[in-house]
Design a protein around this ligand. Structure first.
Ligand code: MN
Length: 304
């Protein structure tokens, strides 16, 4: 057991299934799970964009044979968008969310995450007040249904080219207030933070206990450490929250430059990098706590 493993890092570290596979056939499911285990991850994120094509029972059986846990993620589309002003489009969005929640339940996921509140794509203008309220109402309804199933929702904060409802943490917090359900939390992604946020610490601190899920992605969605993200700044704060970390490398989001070809190598490097950063952040926190305890003791000594 190395120093890294010896440090109490209790955040489960996961990987986006998109690193391994594009479709959930029985063969690819087994492959994705084997690769995830081999790379040393705790969790696999199942993308449910094409939710009806996934054989939930088969995926559940494959995962249950292992010690892996899973999450389910989703981004809506423009023809099924709960923020739409068109009631038919909204209804399709609500149905898709409902199906994704059923999938999460069937595969044993405790979390449904992603852009659940909007289409994942470039809108032609800012969101109207009505869109905002339509979306909040749909998320509220989903949250009530999710709570009955013991599932938490986490709304991903994405950049301006991928939604128009909110693009930074304070907008997301306002939206959460509008939804008003406790099992709805914030999902941050360092790739988007790099575009929209002032730094990597403030959004984590601002989300605080309401942070439910994190995607760890480099500024170009390639190898961690090979881009612009200030990892030490991010992890110093991230380690204070109880979140899932996921090196997300979405194949749907304008990733048409080949930044990696060897997915096993990428995954192993990502996991090692996340564990090292989390370990360093936990050690720094422990040192800070020890220093505070010492200070407290000498202060006590003086008064006694
Ligand atoms: Mn993401």
């Amino acid at each position: 057991m190395g120093e890294e493993e010896g440090t109490a890092v209790n955040n489960p570290v996961g990987i986006h299934a998109g690193v391994w596979i594009g479709q959930w056939t029985s063969e690819s499911t087994r492959w994705a799970i084997d690769q995830t285990l081999a790379a040393g991850f705790d969790l696999i994120e199942i993308t449910a964009t094409d939710v009806d094509s996934i054989d939930a029972a088969a995926v559940a059986r494959a995962i249950q044979k292992t010690k892996l846990s899973c999450s389910v993620s989703l981004g809506l589309t423009f023809d099924a968008d709960v923020s739409s002003e068109d009631s038919q489009i909204r209804a399709r969005g609500a149905t898709r969310l409902h199906h994704a929640l059923r999938l999460a339940q069937k595969v044993g996921s405790r979390q449904l995450v992603g852009v659940l509140y909007s289409a994942l794509g470039k809108y032609q203008g800012p969101a109207s007040e009505r869109s905002w309220r339509n979306s909040a109402a749909a998320i509220r309804e989903l949250a009530v249904e999710a709570r009955a199933a013991g599932i938490e929702l986490a709304l991903e904060v994405v950049n301006r080219y991928e939604t128009n409802l909110f693009n930074e943490v304070f907008g997301a917090l306002r939206f959460l207030d509008e939804v008003g359900e406790e099992n709805v939390r914030i999902h941050l992604d360092t790739y988007h933070m790099n575009i929209e946020e002032p730094d990597f610490a403030l959004p984590v601190a601002a989300a605080g206990d309401r942070l439910g899920y994190v995607h760890v992605g480099e500024s170009h969605r390639g190898y961690l450490g090979a881009g612009n993200i200030r990892w030490a700044e991010f992890f110093r704060f991230e380690s204070f929250s109880n979140t899932v970390v996921d090196p997300a490398l979405s194949n749907t989001l304008a990733v048409w430059r080949n930044l990696w070809t060897d997915n096993a190598d990428l995954a192993a490097q990502a996991r090692a990098s996340i564990r090292a950063h989390l370990g360093a952040a936990y050690r720094a926190r422990a040192r800070g706590q020890a220093a505070r305890d010492d200070g407290q003791q000498s202060a006590d000594g003086e008064t006694n």
